[in-house]
Design a protein around this ligand. Sequence first.
Ligand SMILES: *Cc1c(COP(=O)(O)O)cnc(C)c1O
Length: 501
Amino acid sequence: MKYISTRSKDNPINSAEAILKGIADDGGLFVPEKIPTVSSKDLEEMLKMSYEKRAAKILGKFLTDYTADELSEYAELAYNWFDAKSRIPMAVLVRNNDNRAPYGILELWHGPTSAFKDVALQMLPRLMTGALKKTGEQKEILILVATSGDTGKAALAGFADVPQTKVMVFYPDGGVSKIQRLQMVTQTGNNVNVTAVRGNFDDAQTGVKKIFADEKIRDELDKAGVKLSSANSINWGRLVPQIVYYFSAYLEFVKTGKMKLGEFINVSVPTGNFGNILAAYYAKKMGLPIRKLICASNINHVLTDFFNTGIYDRNREFHKTITPSMDILISSNLERLIFHESGGDFKQVKRFMTDLNEKGKYKIDAKLKKNFDKIFFADYADEAETKDIIGKLYQSFKYPIDTHTAVAMSVALKYRNKTKDGAPMVVASTASPYKFTGAVLEALGQSVEGADDLKQLDLLNKFTGKPIPKNLDRLADAKILHEDVCEKDEMPERVIAFAKK
Ligand SMILES: *Cc1c(COP(=O)(O)O)cnc(C)c1O
């Protein structure tokens, strides 16, 4: 299986090279030349497998330059310590005496940072070290991350102590929650650095982008035996591990007798950068029986408008919401979808991306829109609807969900009401409710007055009786290991100093 860019007719490369490069030289994203398929026999075989085995099997279809043994080993290392026996369990919600098809809340947050990014960021470092070996790369890889909170910690947890790699995270000083900061500054490992930047998230991100684009810095790092790379969600190595859990969710519905092999499900995903839902799209294209992909947004609903009108327009007011991981106006991974559904029309992709860059908008033609209409349903939930569904679900099932999951749940209900399509529904649950305690407690009618982030963990625990994830519970006593702060202009020298360490 070879990988090509979405923006030009470059030479196809292996997956190991695509994972190391992250982004194509022409600025496009790497996509598989052909999407592999699964047979019903494959699905039947996978029914009996553990999550790790399922992961190795699906990864093997895309990453054909890795051996089956390598992928099995990586999957073990990545997932064997998720704090649920089945790694990614699905809570199936059905009312008594209700024979309508169930909702399956796919808990993607049992990893080391309690958010779904762990599923990919526990795998990516293994894929990268494998890729270093395969390509004969001798240099050390330095993963550079600017974070508004969650990605930074997930990257640190994934890359900590991984040989031949270093990871450095910049976060806005005072711009992340207390818990998010504690998660990062208490990170152990000999190859990690966490630095606060005086400025906001944009300053940190711009700083990182400048470093990536600066040839002089690259040269200096090169001489020190270090190569920069990125762990953000456009890396193919982050996308492919996410395809696995849609298979797993489907198989769980079959295993628990909720439906038969071959029947259709729907999938609802709280969407930001379009990575998670794109993984579901690949699962569907591979032959997993998914009827509709439900693209759920918050009030920054660029994607809802895009799927409903065919116009992508980022020129609009930006709202800060209780679902911060979805506060995004440019969904990078959409580029891959457009490439595939336009039959690989890289010239068109390039035109759209240039328009997006220069005018902040682009319009797709009727044919492409028709293709999307067949696959997607898009809608959004506002802040009140998001809180409302958290309360209602708790009332009915004593099951607390986080705000992002609530957006997906709310839009899933809208879909069912509008279409009467009653197929079993998988709702991607992207964070533990303990990650967004303030909004969750409020939605459950609990006062958070005078309680800081850490105290709120206890409040939610007292109210729901659900255990606090260990990684969060430990934070109050964990040792602070990273206290570096820098001005945004100092970021390059900090990177160089850490690279030479
Ligand atoms: C990153 C994230 C999302 C958005 O996922 P994308 O792949 O960027 O669409 C949703 N919810 C949570 C909790 C996240 O961390």
